[in-house]
Design a protein around this ligand. Sequence first.
Ligand code: ATP
Ligand code: MG
Length: 445
Amino acid sequence: MRLSRYFLPVLKETPAEAQIASHRLMLRAGMIKQASAGIYSWLPLGYRVLRRIEQIVHEEQQRAGHIPMLMPTLQSADLWRESGRYDAYGPEMLRFSDRQDREMLYGPTNEELITDIVRANVASYRDLPLTLYHIQWKFRDEMRPRFGVMRGREFLMKDGYNFDLTQDDALHAYNRHLVTYLRTYERMGLQAIPMRADSGPIGGDDTHEFLVLAETGESEVFYDSAVTDIRLGDRDIDYDDVDQCRAVLDEFTSLYARTDETHDEGEFAQVPEVRRRTARGIEVGQIFYFGTKYSEPLGATVQGPDGKQVPLHMGSHGIGVSRLVGAIIEASHDERGIVWPEGVTPFHAGIVNLRQGDPSTDSACDGIYRQLEASGLTALYDDREERAGAKFATMDLIGLPWRITVGPRGLANGQVELTSRRTGENEAMSPESAIARLKEIYADV
Ligand code: ATP
Ligand code: MG
């Protein structure tokens, strides 16, 4: 993309309404614009990041055999009356009626809708196990929408639902989701720690939240610092292997890590004092096992192997897709702007032309731009008639992890500069080497 033809409305001033770094930087970098309280338009740069996050979520869910679909944002109140949640949900649910006076709502979550689909179409234990998911906008009329996309009213969520014959099968689905979530966050350059949590209005017995440690996080968390040393990495996982998934859960959840809702001072005191930490965290996902809480009232049963009808064992599993954009920035920025991890960057590299209009510099930039695109890498080429300082400031603000700087002086020696946004390190090299280096870097992402 050539910047001269792009739509990147960066702000010079720091918007006064933004209280935390990610909100400020998303506004300044022209990623979002508020439409009304807690509701945002995603401008082109922000939209690119959102799409990359969605892509990673899709890949990791499908790797585990979970099946993508799409349910609507608007739901009928009738189903929620059947489950008993229509009255229970409270003022966070946006309710309205259509022209026929039918009561409707904008879905805050989808347990009822998915259970309705499954009860109508799944009759036998032979159709199980089944995990369906979608990535769709939700609406919750939050009391205090704030921090930009972190606590919106309209927000994008991945929500997945498993349907199993037995509690054991459903617990395997729970563990399998835990593994997929760990991998998903690591690919985004994030450490999100599973912590024992409270189930809230979703209900159920088993639940973990995934928290990214950050001073601006809304949750208070208590943990054994040794938990921050564990990584999933690129180990091979067989998602059908019950013991292997269970072992990952044990590894990641046997050390003390809890949100304030489930925190227990007595148990925390068992953690060696030097490793005891109290901090704040951003909730970027949550997994639940809730057994037959929805399948019983909604009559979602299957015929078991012995011919008897049994209610399905279920769980639901959410990832805050739009919140993640903010969470990643909270975890990765400096005083000059955003520092995107390679896994989610809106463009793989930036190209800065130091002497726009100089024929040989322009043609070197064009060549690099075309070769990057031909190698499947996206570039944002700053081809504007601007001072070098202003171009660097824009690149630093929008945070592309790598920048290729091209000017007449370097070109005289056949060289450009490759700069890491994270470390600020510069290296002079031929354009071909810079492209080869980037290909190598992104081959592992
Ligand atoms: P919170 O405790 O932050 O209100 P929740 O526990 O009610 O969230 P879940 O039902 O677990 O939310 O939804 C799954 C994920 O969706 C959360 O882990 C979070 O990342 C994201 N999410 C929830 N509410 C919002 C919101 N208002 N704005 C943006 N993302 C949200
Ligand atoms: Mg939650």
